[in-house]
Design a protein around this ligand. Sequence first.
Ligand code: RP5
Length: 151
Amino acid sequence: MGSQSDWPTMEMATKPLTELGVPFATAVVSAHRTPQRMVEFASTAHERGTQVIIAGAGGSAHLPGMIAAMTPLPVIGVPVASKFMTGMDSLLSIVQMPKGVAVATQAVGASGAYNAGLMAAQMLSLTDPELQQRLIAWREKQSAGVPFEVE
Ligand code: RP5
């Protein structure tokens, strides 16, 4: 994520990963304030065994696109809600990638962060049948938790 201030939102991404038994690491890597750290992080991630990157940032949110430009790994972008434009700035900064560099942009805020974790797990399940089974069970449990009757 681009700042420690993104953590309350980005922490939501860890929930489905934890529930599904997917290991992850977290880091603050700012495109603006720590650009060299970002270059080092993004350009070496695939060599460290990382398989998917979730990048969350707010405001003028260059981080997901910049990371995507420097790694062959899939990058999932999370627009963090911003102070002055409620995240519309973050969303447009992340979603409108030019042709040739892809970012899988999620919804603004906590739901987007949660779904980013879920999406990462689904990507990883393509080559991990046991994770795929856990995902199927997780879905069934979610469906079973939705009551048919209105209270
Ligand atoms: C972005 O600027 C971060 O991703 C964060 O959402 C936003 C504000 O950062 P702080 O000023 O709170 O550190 O780079």
